[in-house]
Design a protein around this ligand. Sequence first.
Ligand code: 3PG
Length: 211
Amino acid sequence: MTLTTQEIMQLAPVIPVMVIDRAEDAVPLANALVNGGLKVLEITLRTAAALESIRLIKEAVPDAVVGAGTIINVGNLFDSLQAGAEFIVTPGTTTAIVDASVEAGVPLLPGVNTPSEAMTLLERGFDCLKFFPAEAAGGVPMLKAMGGPLPQLRFCPTGGVTPANAASYLSLPNVSCVGGSWMAPADLVRAGNWAEIERLAAEAASLGGKS
Ligand code: 3PG
């Protein structure tokens, strides 16, 4: 069953943004995050190991909902779908990517950071959006301000979200979840410290869900 973007955003308060350098780290990393309570995963297409990592996690971690991030063109989108990605995340939005996602019937979490971009997507029927780069683009005050004229939108702020500010974002009525990389930092992944990653994931999961 295909989930909607809204349903995916409601599965966990935090979506880990994962940069995987070595494909052999993919499954233990995904297991640590899922065991910690974060089952929605975004694997970014920033490394040579990304597509293989999506494939491996899809195969070996059935409880994970596996997304592909850093999708910046239609080729990335189709490569990710072929690897098994169940949803697509973009830093910004192009018409070509929106068209391709609609045609493929894959849930899209499209990146925006202005009211105009948000309205363009709303016209296409998208009301669940990534707010990126969240801190640099105005953070909590910007999202509060967007909630005035555009209360029907739901956001996943990503970029500069940390354990220190995640709760402030999640307290906003127009924020369904946040994205962040802090629970899967490169040094812990390189060291294979899955226990610490699971602990950080559990801490993030305890930030609480949103409806
Ligand atoms: C990114 O661009 O890597 C994501 O938005 C995550 O950002 P972060 O590392 O600030 O959490």
